[in-house]
Design a protein around this ligand. Structure first.
Ligand code: RB5
Length: 145
């Protein structure tokens, strides 16, 4: 895996343990850690917003979001028009969200997925290119939904 660009990562308390584990498991990634920084209860829209702002401001091209299920934080991320966030549970999903959807944010559930699979999902997400072609016009239509 060749990852030279900064990757933003953020979570709520339900994703805190997995966020920390991913940083250890993938030390070569240039992480921009936007919190949360403990297992104390926080609100996932706040951290989805921090990550969306970082991508909007060019601080990172892609991001990883984690909450307990991955559901809330992915919903919150997709409220931001420049974010295409995919909630995945396996490596196939992580590959397809890049190839077909040009996802710029990957969401996972810290209470749903094991560390080893989550690591593989991140590697696949960061190393897989968008296929373009017939998929581009569909991405373009997302802007007018
Ligand atoms: C927090 O308890 C939990 O609700 C949150 O992490 C997430 O799973 C919501 O979708």
């Amino acid at each position: 895996m060749e990852v030279l660009d900064t990757v933003a990562i953020a979570c709520d308390h339900g994703g805190f343990a997995l966020k920390e584990a991913l940083k250890v498991a993938l030390p070569d990634v240039a992480w921009l850690d936007l919190g949360t920084d403990s297992a104390e209860s926080v609100d996932y829209p706040d951290f989805a917003g921090k990550l969306a702002d970082a991508i909007r401001d060019g601080k990172a091209a892609r991001g990883i979001l984690i909450c307990g299920s991955g559901i809330g934080i992915s919903i919150a991320a997709n409220r931001h028009a420049h974010i295409r966030c995919a909630l995945v549970h396996d490596v196939t999903g992580a590959r397809l969200c890049r190839q077909h959807n040009d996802a710029n944010v990957l969401a996972m559930g810290g209470r749903m997925i094991g560390e080893a699979v989550a690591k593989e999902c991140v590697e696949e997400f960061l190393s897989t290119a968008f296929e373009g072609g017939r998929h581009q016009k569909r991405i373009d239509k997302l802007g007018s939904c």
